[in-house]
Ligand binder design. Structure first.
Ligand code: TRH
Length: 377
């Protein structure tokens, strides 16, 4: 059994936004700092890392260019989000006596088929190498979600007062809701701001990565703050009473924060993203007994929509489903109905985070899968 640290190359092609780099950096950092792996992050555009992880040069992760790095004997090769690693690198992989474990780290989805596909291998038609699908996920039978071992310690040491002071955030007024806003330009933000301005409950909207001047309209205050590091973004999610998140990584972080959240899913062609949205809601909404989920899953498999299925079984949180659908589909946002659910949504968020914690995190699952495949564990 080799006593040398596992060598791991993670390939990341930045499509747009921050999530590709965000997810790959978290994974690289965790494998290096928690498991002592020698990790190289091979990325085609490292710009986002300067914002996501300003301390990235102070870790043992070696950041190299995607196209300018040859295979050098890595035991594990992670191809993030099917980014197609360079052909010369693939050919060099075949020269290793014991082929490296080659993983395709997939996008996160709650759709049932991902857990049946997780871990399956496909054989490269020309090179004969095995590439395994590695699906993140929310329950058993999948790869899990990224979550660092020191997450709870960081949260226990978090001081809302110091965080507000450090970011020069105004103090929250009595009964004022602090809300973090991270969304795509397509979100119906003007409609939301109008609803918040007229809301009976005052709202302080905190917008990271925006340069908008502060504004005050009716019961709404909007403050912009700089784009935060990933570590500080967790702190913003812990500070706020409600978090608007998007894509994949901030969506996961909001779940660990165990606060009510509104998710704007990354838009995809032919509305494929709406199926993913519905799939997640069939699991997330606190609809009680399993048979309700089964009914909604059945309806889903018959091509139905989770919201209809859940409403059909008189789910408890239709305002959440309505609000999430409207946020993603430019519908009419019923802030009044949604905001009255916030106490219940807080309980939902805590219950959901507790369920997620019952499963190993993604880096742990990936390590165990690789050691098993390398016949080292
Ligand atoms: O930026 P995104 O829209 O990235 C998207 C998604 O990942 C999507 O799945 C993918 O297909 C597409 O990119 C190509 O959303 P996401 O996934 O939340 O990534 C944002 C990252 O930025 C995440 O790591 C959180 C981090 N972040 C900060 O570190 N500081 C901040 O201030 C904010 C707002 C986010």
């Amino acid at each position: 059994m080799s006593s040398l640290p596992i060598r791991c190359d993670i390939f990341c092609a930045v499509i747009d936004n921050f999530g590709d780099a965000g997810v790959c950096w978290r994974l690289a950092r965790q494998l290096a700092t928690e498991f002592g792996w020698n990790v190289r992050l091979l990325i085609d555009d490292a710009t986002a890392l300067t914002w996501l992880a300003p301390d990235c040069n102070r870790t043992t992760v070696e950041v190299r260019h995607f196209h300018k790095t040859a295979y050098s004997g890595a035991d594990v090769v992670v191809e993030a989000f099917a980014c197609e690693i360079p052909d010369a690198y693939q050919v060099a992989m075949t020269k290793r006596a014991l082929p490296p474990v080659w993983l395709n780290l997939e996008y996160l989805s709650a759709e049932a088929w991902t857990s049946t596909s997780h871990g399956l291998a496909s054989i490269h038609p020309r090179l004969g190498l095995n590439k395994h699908f590695f699906f993140p996920g929310f329950g058993p039978g999948c790869g899990g979600l990224i979550r660092e071992q020191d997450y709870d310690d960081r949260r226990n040491q978090f001081s809302a007062t110091k965080f507000r002071a450090r970011l020069d955030l105004p103090h929250a007024k009595p009964d004022e809701l602090s809300v973090s806003l991270f969304s795509y330009p397509s979100a119906p933000l003007a409609q939301l701001y109008t609803a918040w301005a007229a809301s009976s409950v005052p709202v302080l909207a905190i917008v990271p990565g925006s340069s908008e001047p502060p504004r005050m309209t009716g019961n709404l205050r909007v403050v912009s703050i700089p784009f935060l590091s990933q570590l500080e973004y967790d702190e913003l999610l812990w500070l706020c009473d409600l978090n608007f998140v998007r894509g994949e990584d901030s969506f996961v972080r909001a779940q660990w924060a165990a606060k009510p959240m509104v998710w704007q899913i990354y838009p995809q062609a032919e509305d494929a993203h709406l199926i993913k949205l519905d799939s997640f809601m069939t699991h997330y909404l606190p609809v009680g007994a399993d048979e309700t989920n089964a009914k909604s899953e059945t309806t889903m498999q018959q091509g139905g929509r989770a919201k209809d299925a859940l409403c059909a079984v008189a789910c408890g949180n239709t305002p959440l489903a309505d609000f999430w659908q409207a946020w993603n589909n430019h519908g009419a946002l019923n802030w009044q109905a949604f905001s009255t659910q916030l106490p219940q949504l807080q309980a939902t968020a805590e219950q959901w985070a507790g369920k997620l914690r019952q499963h190993p995190d993604l880096a742990t699952n990936l390590r165990d899968f690789c050691l098993w495949r390398l016949k080292l564990g």
